[in-house]
Design a protein around this ligand. Structure first.
Ligand SMILES: NC(=O)c1ccc[n+]([C@@H]2O[C@H](COP(=O)([O-])OP(=O)(O)OC[C@H]3O[C@@H](n4cnc5c(N)ncnc54)[C@H](OP(=O)(O)O)[C@@H]3O)[C@@H](O)[C@H]2O)c1
Length: 240
């Protein structure tokens, strides 16, 4: 293999921002990327509460997806601390009931804000750093609910379809800058978000560590082996 064509990018020295790292899928991704050797900038509503990420490879910074100023402030703090940015994992997300005949439109607005607009703003703010890296990575944790309607809150599904649109547009428009954009789209995952759901027993759902494995793989792929979409399911369905 030619020396300038690695099949895997190294974790050491690369800096990844991850939102919602305190629980669920985000916590599993944070643990996995930390073990792999990445430097991490973790965006959290309550950064002081996150233990286990207090070494010199980690920054825990305030991030509230409902606050339009928060993405730029978190990216600026990341650049100040590490001086570079190689990856952004948009993981923080919410699901609330909102349908055609029920639900409060404020809930719909919150889902659009957290699941779509905050990731959009983070991508905007992160762009200069990701461009400078030459092999920037954006991973959006979308959902199978962003690919087809099956069950649950229509408002959530609409927000996740929009997150897929964000992924698709970013993938096309940022490709020339060496930035590779991927949607990781899980079905039911055993986290707080699925607590009380009758979709599946929790032990039969996808476990958060499996999503973390996929994110780690996507971040490590070189510019010449980009994956656009990874649907992940615990159930058989046609196509996904
Ligand atoms: N679980 C599933 O079945 C499933 C399936 C497909 C896709 N997903 C997606 O996977 C991602 C992670 O979900 P999860 O299952 O890990 O959910 P979760 O356990 O409920 O965790 C949600 C995370 O998002 C953070 N968050 C929520 N609102 C925020 C805000 N305004 N600002 C900053 N952070 C905020 C939470 O922080 P706090 O602790 O501060 O609330 C928490 O870290 C979401 O995008 C979700 O839509 C989940």
């Amino acid at each position: 293999m030619a020396e300038n064509s690695p099949s895997r990018l190294p974790a050491e020295g690369r800096v990844v921002m991850l939102s919602g790292a305190n629980r669920g899928i985000g916590a599993a991704i944070a643990r996995r990327l930390h073990e792999d050797g990445y430097s991490l900038s973790l965006g959290l509503r309550q950064p002081a509460a996150l233990s286990g990420f207090d070494d010199d490879r980690c920054l825990c910074h305030h991030f509230d997806a409902m606050d339009a100023e928060s993405p730029a402030a978190w990216v600026a703090a990341t650049m100040d601390r590490f001086g570079r940015l190689d990856g952004l994992v948009n993981n923080a997300g919410i699901g609330e009931p909102f349908g055609f005949e029920d639900g409060d439109e404020a809930a719909f607005d919150r889902m659009l804000e957290v699941n779509v607009k905050a990731p959009y703003r983070l991508i905007q703010a992160a762009l200069p750093g990701l461009r400078a890296a030459g092999s920037g990575r954006i991973v959006n944790i979308t959902s199978l609910a962003g690919i087809r309607y099956k069950r649950g809150s229509p408002g959530y599904v609409i927000s996740k379809f929009a997150a897929m649109g964000l992924t698709s547009a970013a993938r096309a428009l940022l490709w020339q800058d060496g930035i590779r954009v991927t949607a990781v789209a899980p079905g039911p995952v055993n986290t707080d978000m699925m607590r009380g759901s009758d979709a599946l027993p929790s032990e039969d759902m996808t476990q958060p560590g499996s999503i973390a494995d996929v994110v780690a793989m996507v971040l490590a792929l070189p510019n010449t082996a980009s994956v656009s979409l990874v649907p992940i399911n615990a159930l058989w369905e046609p196509m996904v």
